[in-house]
Design a protein around this ligand. Structure first.
Ligand code: PEP
Length: 256
């Protein structure tokens, strides 16, 4: 093992009502019966469920994350939620720059950078997402695109303790398609080396790099043991406790 504690984070996206908290309770019960030691486990429900999720996972090993934040701390921004508000509701991390936000809300690297800074300001960890589109992948532009996104989105103050980078090829999200393990290894190696140039080798070497995009119980073992992969960001398969547990349990028994 690398000595980096893996993180498996579930992104519920715009899914989940109060009744979905039963999945969190099932996950919690599963982890109490069969813990997966030395692995960080996080669930990122929609903002409407954060406070109730905090209660549902209280005193468990499950961490709570949010899915987005406004870069400002407060103000006249109807409908938006600040990092401080998310922290107040119980989140200790926030996803920023998810491709769905980059696409649906035209979020730029500069905005993602500002959102990561907001997460630090509120004392939270930023999970910064990057990833190429299908066209960019086909044109062989993946590495250049990712370098640009890293340089534009990851703040200078990023440290292994406050930042996680998630590589999520846009064409793999929700499609059932995934890159091959050698492709993931190449991309994650590049991400670590670009982060090394930006932040220094020591921070980059300790930073968790997650793979995301159609991770499922059937492919988790193939994708999560690729060099430089330190966990997963899981969308659809995190909605069911049983599937999510199966994914994260690939780490059971692997830590020394
Ligand atoms: C995601 O949206 O972060 C994601 C990885 O989705 P899925 O696992 O459903 O592809």
């Amino acid at each position: 093992m690398t000595g980096i504690r893996p993180l498996v984070a579930g992104n519920w996206k715009m899914n989940g009502l109060g009744s979905s908290l039963s999945e969190l309770e099932s996950l919690r019960a599963r982890l109490e019966t069969a813990p997966v030691p030395e692995t960080n486990i996080m669930v990122c429900p929609p903002a409407t469920l954060l406070s109730r999720a905090r209660e549902a996972i209280k005193d468990s090993t499950i961490m709570l994350g949010a899915q987005d934040c406004n870069p400002l701390a407060s103000g006249a921004h109807t409908g938006d939620i600040s990092a401080e508000m998310l922290a107040d509701a119980g989140a200790t991390s926030v996803i920023v720059g998810h491709s769905e936000r980059r696409h649906d809300h035209h979020e730029s690297d500069a905005l993602v950078h500002a959102k990561a800074l907001a997460a630090y300001r509120a004392g939270m960890m930023a999970i910064i997402c990057i990833g190429e589109t299908e066209a960019q992948y086909r044109e062989g532009k993946t590495l250049d695109v990712l370098r640009g996104q890293l340089e534009g989105s990851v703040p200078e103050g990023a440290r292994a303790a406050n930042t996680v980078v998630a590589y999520e090829p846009v064409w793999a999200i929700g499609t059932g398609l995934t890159p091959t393990p050698p492709e993931v290894a190449q991309v994650h190696g590049l991400i670590r080396s670009v982060l090394g140039q930006m932040l220094g080798d020591s921070e980059a070497g300790a930073m968790r790099l997650l793979y995301g995009g159609s991770v499922k119980p059937s492919n988790a073992a193939n994708l999560l043991f690729v060099p430089d992969v330190n966990g997963a960001l899981v969308g659809g398969a995190s909605l069911k406790a049983e599937d999510f547990y199966e994914i994260l349990s690939v780490y059971a028994g692997t830590q020394s």
